[in-house]
Design a protein around this ligand. Structure first.
Ligand code: FES
Length: 93
């Protein structure tokens, strides 16, 4: 039984965005959470009542652990695709 090799991964164009005041880049269409994870950022916010770090958990939009602010609106980082010029901040309580 022969197995064909997997097709090559085709990457989309690289776009820039900001998170917590710092510039980052990612591939257009990948999620904010994945783009940040690839650059070593795993803390997406603090817990509301303690400085405990919060980040991705379910990675499918259910747990709300990855909530961030994009242009002042709270959204799940694991569900929002990166696009050029996004301004993303940690949630402020
Ligand atoms: S990781 Fe659970 S909603 Fe994003």
């Amino acid at each position: 039984m022969s197995k064909e090799p997997a097709p090559p991964i085709v990457r989309t164009e690289i776009v820039e965005f900001s998170f917590d005041g710092r510039k980052f880049s990612g591939h257009q269409g990948e999620t904010v959470a994945v783009a940040l994870l690839r650059q070593g950022i795993i803390q997406l916010r603090d817990a509301p009542n303690t400085p405990a770090a919060r980040g991705m958990f379910c990675v499918m939009g259910i747990c709300q652990e990855c909530v961030i602010e994009i242009n002042g609106k709270r959204k799940e980082a694991c569900r929002v695709p990166i696009s050029s010029g996004l301004i993303i901040d940690k949630v402020k309580y």
